[in-house]
Design a protein. Structure first.
Length: 91
């Protein structure tokens, strides 16, 4: 992993934390919210950050900081298919 990749990972993880902190304790966010926050432009280049944003969420799941959900229920990475949401762990 390059230094630029490490910095992107850190920025996405921090964006997830910051976005959740700004919402109600039980609220969730979409990985696209973090991708949009980190993208440095006005175009739709944030879309290229969607998969890195999802991976950042899974790293935060492993650290016990967040849960990834579908239909309001926590899911494991191996069973997640389609759109997901991110919320604080234990919400």
């Amino acid at each position: 992993m390059t230094e630029a990749d490490r910095q992107l990972v850190q920025r996405l993880e921090q964006a997830i934390r910051d976005l959740l902190e700004q919402r109600a304790a039980t609220a969730s966010i979409c990985p696209s919210d973090a991708a949009r926050r980190v993208h440095e432009g006005d175009d739709d280049g944030w879309r290229a950050l969607m998969e890195p944003a999802r991976r950042a969420a899974w790293r935060l799941v492993a650290a016990g900081e967040v849960e990834v959900t579908q239909a309001g229920r926590p899911v494991e990475e191996s069973e997640a298919r389609g759109p997901v949401r991110i919320r604080r762990a234990g919400s």
